[in-house]
Design a protein around this ligand. Structure first.
Ligand SMILES: Nc1ncnc2c1ncn2[C@@H]1O[C@H](COP(=O)(O)OS(=O)(=O)O)[C@@H](OP(=O)(O)O)[C@H]1O
Ligand SMILES: Nc1ncnc2c1ncn2[C@@H]1O[C@H](COP(=O)(O)OP(=O)(O)O)[C@@H](O)[C@H]1O
Length: 244
């Protein structure tokens, strides 16, 4: 069923000429949907459109400038920016079209099916079969396959432990975005570290996270060895194929 939602602009919206103080309030850390590490900006009057001049303060604050009394920014009582990782002065922008509205549009719930297992255990095959089946039932899916992602997003990573951990972290973040978009996201990567998989599960606190372990014995995977990786590993020609 299609959503009843009328298209509305994103956060920080306000009627042209209206005092900016009406437009924003600092919201509710740990509110119902999501939030950054610090406080977050909530559109108090999000049904109205922001004009170019009103947009300046957000840009200015996002750039780390302080509001000045009597300036165009004087009406904004308080904008809270956060330091997140290596990024300073960043702001969380909310939009009235959120996960709920997108899910309504798609008539499905966003979630992540995370398939983990040894190389050759059948992750890609299962991901593809699941995607095909769900697609035939009218569900929108997207596969995040470890092999495929290493052709682009993760091409800078190798197979040392820290790179695998970063690989898993990035895929978790992308999976979170897909689930937030309302899709059924199927992630299929070796993801050998329990701690990293748990971190991904925690990231997905707004969506269902289903972990599927393909419990296929090493000997079976090695006998399949479709890419010849086990052979190379046994010959000492590649490293880092251990899981723990
Ligand atoms: N050590 C090493 N050297 C070379 N190639 C390797 C190595 N480990 C994995 N692979 C191949 O990379 C594919 C993707 O791995 P992943 O990103 O899923 O691995 S991980 O989650 O980061 O551990 C992975 O895909 P699958 O075989 O489909 O699992 C392998 O083909
Ligand atoms: N359930 C299964 N039974 C037997 N062979 C399988 C099964 N699933 C996958 N395979 C085969 O195993 C090999 C590895 O499968 P693949 O999906 O590429 O594994 P992974 O993505 O885990 O590396 C392929 O040749 C595939 O056809």
């Amino acid at each position: 069923m299609l959503a009843k939602a009328v298209p509305r602009p994103c956060s920080g919206a306000g009627r042209h000429g209206a005092p900016a103080a009406r437009l924003w309030s600092v919201g509710v850390a740990g509110g119902p949907r999501r939030g950054g590490a610090g406080g977050r900006l909530v559109a108090a009057d999000a049904g109205e459109r922001m004009t170019g001049s009103e947009a300046v303060p957000v840009v200015a604050v996002a750039a780390g400038k302080q509001p000045v009394n009597g300036s165009a920014m004087a009406g904004i009582d308080k904008l809270v920016t956060s330091t997140v990782g290596k990024s300073t002065n960043v702001l969380w922008h909310d939009c009235p079209i959120g996960q709920f509205e997108r899910q309504e549009l798609l008539n499905q719930k966003g979630c992540v099916v995370w398939i983990t297992g040894l190389s050759g255990s059948g992750k890609s095959t299962l991901a593809c079969a699941l995607s095909r089946e769900l697609h035939s039932r009218g569900h929108l899916t997207y596969i995040l396959d470890g092999d495929n992602l290493r052709h682009g997003l993760n091409r800078d990573l190798c197979f040392e432990a820290k790179d695998r951990a970063e690989n898993i972290r990035r895929v978790g973040e992308v999976a979170k975005l897909f689930a937030d978009a309302g899709l059924i996201c199927i992630a299929s990567l070796i993801s050998p570290y329990r701690s990293e998989r748990s971190a991904c599960r925690k990231l997905l606190h707004n969506s269902t996270f289903i972990e599927v372990f393909l419990n296929v014995p090493l000997e079976v995977c090695e006998a399949r060895d479709p890419k010849g990786l086990y052979k190379l590993a046994r010959a000492g020609k590649i490293k880092g194929k251990r899981t723990n």
